[in-house]
Design a protein around this ligand. Sequence first.
Ligand code: ZN
Length: 403
Amino acid sequence: MNSKESNQPIKGLTYCIRCCTPETQEGVTFDDMGICTACRSSEEKMHIDWSEREKDLRRILDEAKEKSGANYDCILPISGGKDSFFQAHVLVNVYKMKPLAVTFSHNWFSETGFYNLQLCLEVFNLDHLQFTPARGLVNKLAKKSLGVIGDSCWHCHSGVGAFPLQVATKFKIPLLIWGESIAENDGRSSYQCQAMKFDRDYFNKVSAKLTAEEMVDSNISEKDIHPFKLPSYKEIDETGVWGLHLGDYIFWDEERQTEFIRDTYGWRETEMEGAYKGYKSAECIMAGMHDFTCYLKRGFGRATWQASVDVRNGLISRKEGFALVKKHDQERPGALDYYMSITGFSEEEFYKYINDKKLNEISDLEIPVRQRDHINAEKTVPFVQQIIEKHLWKPDPRTLTKK
Ligand SMILES: [Zn+2]
C-alpha cells in the first residue's frame, strides 16, 4: 500500500497511507510514515481515560449550574443537526442543565432540517432564540462569498460564530457548549490540548476567513453586516465568556450517536448531495454546494471526510473508501442551480471564480466532474420558500364550490 496507488481519486495528489485524507486538507500534516494528523489523533482518542474526562465535565457543569443562579446554565448553539440534537440530549437529559438554545439560521433550511430543529425544541423542552438574516442579504453575501473565500457560505460561517457570542454577552450567560471536538477528523488540533483558551475569533480564523467589517463594499453596507459582528473583547471579558466541546470530555462516535437520536427521538436523515451518509449537515440545502467548492479547490469533498472516518474506524477498506470518494465527490450538486438562481452567476462564471481559488499545488491536476444521475430526494430549495410556493396563488376550493 502506498499513497500513489492507482485507484486514488485524483491522480498526482498525495494521500495519507492509512485513510483517504489528501495533502490539500487544511492544517493536515503527515508524519514520517505518511500517516495524517487525523489518523494519529484518532489513536490518541483510544488511549484517553474517558471516565476521568467525564468527571471533569460533570464538575464543570455542576459549577456552571451553581454560578448561574436564576439565569440559564449555558448556551447551546443548535442547528437541529445530529451533533446539536445529541448535545441537547446530553445536557438536558443526562446532566439536567437548563440551556438557552440559540440558532443562527443560514436561511437555507431543508425540510428535513426544519423538522429536526423543531423536534429538538419540543423533545427537550427548550427555550429558543433564532436569528435569521433577510433573504436579500443572504443572496448578496452568498454571491460575494464565492469570490472572496471560495465557497458560498460566509454568512453561515460567520453567523454561527457571532450570534451565540452576542447572546452570551447580552444575556450574561458565560458558558457555551459545542459538540464535536476540534481534534475529531480535523487535523488542526489534538485531544491533548483540550484546555485551549477560549478564542473569540475562532470561527473567523477557520471558516469565515474574513471579518464582517471586511465584507463591506459598495453593495454591502455597514448596516447589512451588523448581525455578523463579534462582541468586543471587553464585552467578552465582562461576561467571562468561555466554551467547551463535549467531544473533548465524552467519547464521540457520530455514527452511534446518530442511530441513538434517530431511534430514541425520531431525528431524521436525508439524502445529501456529494455524500454517502445522510446525516452530515442535513439541515442545509447548500451543504452539497459547499462541499463541491471544496472539491474543486482542494481536490476532495465530503465523501472524502466520511470515507476517511470509516476507514479509521475499520468499517471499510481504504480501497472501498476511494471508490466512494470517486462516486460522490465528483458529482455536480443540484444546489448549484439554486446558487446560480440567487446570484445571477452563469455556470461559466461559477467555474471561473472557483478556478481562481484552486490551490497552486494542484493547479495542473485534473479535477473530474460528473452530472448526477438522479434528482436529490431532498429538494435543494429553502424549505420556507417551498411552503410559500405551495400556498401561494392557489384558489380556495371552498370559494370554487360556492360558484
Ligand atoms: Zn489518515
